[in-house]
Write a protein that binds this ligand. Sequence first.
Ligand code: FES
Length: 255
Amino acid sequence: KKYVLDLKVSSVERVNARNVLIKLTDEKPLPEMLPGQFVEVRVDGSPSTFLRRPISINFVDKERNELWLLVATVGEGTHTLARLREGDVLNCVLPLGNTFAPLTSPSERVLLVGGGVGVAPLLYFGKQIKEAGGSPVFLLGARTEADLAEVSLFEKYGKVCITTEDGSVGEKGFVTNHSVLSTERFDRISTCGPKPMMMAVARYAHQASIPCEASLENMMACGVGACLCCVEKTTEGNLCVCTEGPVFDTRRLMW
Ligand code: FES
């Protein structure tokens, strides 16, 4: 079931030069939301941003009844979101899309690979894995230290490995070069981030015979399967990322 809710902004924090963290709350308990799902927010205030924007669920804080959205300020719509203030209202459709595959047993070793703002849904997923008795490993990639977000929060739920392209923190290079891939064994991988990074992760996973799922960030407008702007070619034909995804087994993708 989907809900259309006017959520109240409880805070907006700048987490780094590019990203803001928007925390939303409601008088009533928020609906059940699962890791991997997303929200379509309505950006008010400017004629060219009447469409809803899809934003992945970064975290749900049940005790505080808060939904967290980590937003990269890349265009007019997202800059408008970054200007929200405490007490403002954000109209949201939620929860949308499918979910990351939940842990099947506490011994299952799951690697969560994120890049850029694509790290967002992995925080909530990592919490779910830890609560199910697992120990997720996060592998987070960024251009430079200043682009990383929420590292101390990820550390609450599992081991954190970092790569930066300039070597300012963690290992220098790309996520697929990190030493953890050769020193530890993983049963499966979930990834979210820029497409070239996810494609490289999927290639690594296939070569190592590790099941892999990716959360796609295709352009989305309607979010409900009506406009077809989010279509992805798959082994089963063209599928809407907004209704069939956003999470896909990478073997189904034509990468
Ligand atoms: Fe319109 Fe997916 S966003 S069909």
